[in-house]
Design a protein around this ligand. Sequence first.
Ligand SMILES: Nc1ncnc2c1ncn2[C@@H]1O[C@H](COP(=O)(O)OP(=O)(O)OP(=O)(O)O)[C@@H](O)[C@H]1O
Ligand SMILES: [Mg+2]
Length: 323
Amino acid sequence: MAEPFLSISNLRLTAQTDRGTATILRGVDLNVERGHILGIVGESGSGKSSLVSTIMGLLAPGLRTEGSITLDGVDLLRLDSAGMAALRGNKLAMIFQDPMTALNPVFRVGTQLVDVVLNRYPGTSHEEAVRRASDALVKVGLSDAARRMKDYPGQLSGGMRQRVMIAMALLCQPDILIADEPTTALDATIEAQIIDLLRRLRNEFSGSIIFISHNLGTVMQLCDEVAVMYGGHLVEVGAVRDVLAKPLHPYSRALIGCEIDDQPLDVPLAFIPGKVPETLDNPTGCIFAPRCNYATTACERSMPALRPFNGQMAACVRLEEIA
Ligand SMILES: Nc1ncnc2c1ncn2[C@@H]1O[C@H](COP(=O)(O)OP(=O)(O)OP(=O)(O)O)[C@@H](O)[C@H]1O
Ligand SMILES: [Mg+2]
């Protein structure tokens, strides 16, 4: 088994609000192996974006973290803001839902790509950086790369801008590339093209990718492992084929809808009755118990930790009984 090189341990994220302490992440443990693609799925509000924003060091002011996030031996939570800024665009890079979040509207696409190369590989000549930037645009399928280099981001379509972000990631070769619902803002055809592009390019990334998506078909096509998130907890982690084919945790079962025969995988996540827990709630028992078809009194005691079962990991006390 490959060594995990991103290791998240007992990560908690809290915010002080005028209604009390909001707990956004409730003790997340997660390992990402080198070169692997990890998908994160879970309903809206489960904490997916908060988790990756914490890894990137891009949290709103006032949020408090506990635990550790170790990347190649360095605890990112112990770095100051200058240390984190130095890692972003270097060891850590992110593709956002809206590429304009990361692209600067007043600089040409080419200038921004060249800056990525020069920042990542100081000492590269300007000509070489331009050549690499242009090659990257060709690789992500943008025709007429020379013209695209001179365009401003606003002159490109959403799909083209997302291709530019992927080109940036190729140039930067981060250890961890995070993509937070990178195709949600695109129409279905362009979405399929971008996923296909990521799939074809996956061998060109030496690092690991964390991919957040609402679409199980996409996760199935792209990812090696998947983590299922609920109410600030990870409730299941495992190989994507295993988890999607035979989810263990009652929440994953409901989410993946495996109990409905012949459900196609290429559909959005299933709808589960009830609502996700509030960040202001502090339940003593299992966070999913109020919505769980399998809940018993044993589930009221405490939130179970992730534990190995049948080659996967799931956080449920009743795995043996309900398997
Ligand atoms: N700065 C903050 N202060 C208080 N609560 C916050 C803050 N940021 C996020 N939250 C809360 O944390 C919870 C998780 O939010 P997050 O955006 O991480 O969810 P998500 O899984 O990415 O959802 P979506 O699928 O809609 O993108 C939400 O209830 C959100 O309101
Ligand atoms: Mg989100």
